[in-house]
Design a protein around this ligand. Structure first.
Ligand code: 16G
Ligand code: MG
Length: 532
């Protein structure tokens, strides 16, 4: 009886009575020493999810991304490498909160009955984890659950989050998407990069520096760089000390650079040298440089999105192929980037709530959907319709043939499952090389409006309810009216407040024509919010 096995196995992973767990924007995430019972329960959910989907393989990624080393987390990956279906986030929350081992077994059965899941059929799960010290013990809690219900599993060890998403898709497409292991990933991306650079005689502009946040992106980037070869990929890797767990995300990583607006201390580079940072699980990328006067300049997710959209648009035009290209952003996108996409690139823009799953979903509406959050999560999705069009078109001139060929390879260069720092990095390098651009030329596409992000502690952040893709508050009742009145006083002013999905706080974003105005607007909106 799986029932008794669940109860017995669960007794080694008891849930503390005073804890309430929630599958949030990025799965479960908390202090690692609290996560043990959650991991066990996630194992049960993963097995049920696989059984529900006719034994398709489900992914489990153990990571806490850019959080401090003492944290950890877990998230589930659906068969095509996409994020878990929202209804199952709720089931995960329910199972994780069952008070006792018996209650857990009962909830498991209740869910199976409710969803008509045949729990005797085979369940398949693949697992990956980041470099955190707590990873192996949490893996054990997970596999204890998988063993209890007789699920088959493969442990892929230390891999980036996007690598695990890639592996899941490869398995479920029976290799059509690529070979289902870490090396298959380097081969697929690396070959596409080599072809786009070498076959076209394009040279990488200069050496550049990548900060790997002392996380899992470091070994992955070393392997990728080795596979590609230093003749066409001249990367200087810093913050790659994964054997010192306390250094993870410390004074480095995409989040550090974005919030501190400065180079990580380890990146000792000359002015005008382009740099990039990954986060702790390598699903987020930002670029930056110090200009000729030594001023820090950020090239964030918005800049990556506009670079990608304009390059793909150009290729499509030269290939004489009609593709409906669109860009998906969130409210955090700088107003200048949105203007640039609409007015200069002439492309449609959709704004969604924060969180990769929302952007990803919206991007599916286009033939080519470019989605990026300003913080650097994002990718480019090519629809089946677009891929067919690109594969089938017969070129009528050498120029058209060349662009078509590049477009075909470009699809393989970009991870289609989820935002991927390494894949995005190769994409940016290819585009800069093709355009013969350094960081300054890229930066010059448009000038960011000065902006400010503030974190506000409130008594209860759940009272803040938003609408219009988080750009407006509907509750508490009078707050939006006050924000509207304030914003009117600032040239190019825009501001919004939203409850964080990952921290117990409300975030306030403001932008305006000058730095002083942006800061003042953010401060005043934060003061309004802080009253609740
Ligand atoms: C999570 C999301 C990220 C979002 C961030 C917002 C994923 C994989 N990650 O890290 O997309 O930008 O949360 O955090 O979806 P916040 O709600 O605390 O502002
Ligand atoms: Mg991450």
């Amino acid at each position: 009886m799986p029932h008794e096995k669940i109860i017995e196995a669960s007794s080694k992973h008891p849930k503390p009575a005073d804890r309430k767990f929630t599958y949030g924007t990025a799965g479960f995430r908390m202090k690692a020493d609290l996560l043990d019972p959650v991991m066990f329960r996630v194992g049960l959910v993963a097995a049920l999810r696989s059984q529900k989907l006719n034994s398709a393989t489900i992914g489990v990624m153990i990571t806490a991304s850019h959080n401090v080393p003492a944290d950890n987390g877990v998230k589930l990956v659906d068969p095509m490498g996409e994020m878990l279906e929202p209804a199952w986030e709720v089931y995960s929350t329910t199972l994780s909160n069952a008070a006792t081992d018996e209650e857990l077994a009962a909830e498991y059965q209740k869910l199976a009955d409710q969803l008509k899941i045949d729990t005797t059929r085979s369940a398949k799960v693949v697992i990956g984890r980041d470099t955190r010290e707590s990873g192996p013990a949490l893996l054990k809690a997970l596999t204890d659950a998988l063993d209890a219900v007789g699920a088959e599993y493969e442990d892929h060890g230390i891999v980036t989050t996007p690598q695990l998403h890639y592996i899941v898709r490869c398995i479920n497409t029976h290799g059509l998407y690529g070979n289902p292991h870490e090396n298959g990933y380097y081969e697929k991306l690396g070959d596409a990069y080599k072809q786009l650079m070498k076959a076209h005689g394009v040279k990488q502009p200069t050496k550049f520096t990548v900060d790997c946040a002392n996380g899992v992106g470091a070994p992955a980037l070393h392997k990728l760089a080795e596979y590609i070869g230093s003749d066409i990929f001249q990367v200087e890797i810093v913050n790659d000390q994964i054997n010192e767990p306390s250094k993870l995300n410390f004074q480095c990583g995409a989040d550090f650079v974005k919030t501190q607006q400065r180079l990580p201390p380890a990146s000792k580079v000359e002015n005008m040298v382009r740099c990039a940072s990954l986060d702790g699980d390598a699903d987020r990328l930002i670029y930056y440089y110090n200009d000729d006067k030594g001023n820090f300049r950020l090239l964030d997710g918005d800049k990556i999105a506009t670079l990608a959209a304009s390059f793909i648009g150009g290729l499509a035009k030269d290939a004489n192929i009609d593709l409906n290209i669109g860009v998906v952003q969130t409210a955090y996108a700088n107003g200048s980037s949105t203007d640039y996409i609409k007015k200069i690139l002439g492309l449609p823009v959709i704004c969604t709530p924060t969180g990769v799953k929302h952007l990803h979903h919206a991007a599916l509406a286009f033939d080519v959907g470019v989605y990026f959050e300003a913080n650097g999560h994002g990718t480019v999705l090519f629809s089946n319709n677009a891929i067919e069009k690109i594969q089938e078109l017969e070129p009528e001139s050498p120029g058209q043939a060349e662009s078509l060929k590049k477009l075909r390879i470009f699809i393989d260069l970009i991870n289609q499952t989820v935002g991927d720092a390494l894949s995005d990095l190769l994409m940016v390098e290819v585009i800069l090389a093709h355009k013969h651009w350094g960081p300054k030329e890229w930066d010059n596409n448009y000038t960011d409006l000065p902006n400010r992000l503030v974190r506000v502690e409130v008594t209860d952040r759940t009272v803040f309810k938003t609408t219009d893709a988080e750009r407006r508050l509907i509750e508490p009742a009078t707050v939006q009216k006050k924000i509207d009145e304030l914003v009117l006083k600032y040239s190019k002013g825009r501001a919004f407040a939203r409850a964080s999905g990952t921290e117990d706080a409300v975030r306030v974003y403001a932008e305006a024509a000058t730095r002083g105005e942006a800061e003042e607007l953010a401060r005043l909106v934060a003061e309004i919010v802080a009253q609740y």
